[in-house]
Unconditional design. Structure first.
Length: 84
């Protein structure tokens, strides 16, 4: 479930060297697999929970810049794709 990270889970992820936890794309990849269509994702990290305190990052300049770069990359990539 969304927002259910426990202190034990965060600590285990840190111990295991996990850099990020993605919570939305699994549904896209599942539907793509079911429908037989290609799916891709380019992710930008926003929030930080590494100190066991949630720090939202949507206003952080690094996130804003990363989002801009990701959107530009996706736009350039999409312009090279042909529609079936």
């Amino acid at each position: 479930a969304v927002f259910r990270e426990t202190r034990a889970e965060v600590t285990r992820h840190q111990r295991d060297g996990v850099l990020a936890v993605e919570m939305e794309c699994s549904a896209l990849f599942t539907v793509g697999g079911f429908r037989g269509i290609d799916v891709a994702a380019l992710l930008v990290v926003s929030d930080d929970l590494s100190s066991l305190t949630w720090r939202p990052g949507f206003r952080d300049p690094r996130f804003i810049r990363g989002r801009e770069v990701a959107c530009n990359v996706i736009g350039r990539l999409c312009s090279t794709l042909s529609v079936a």
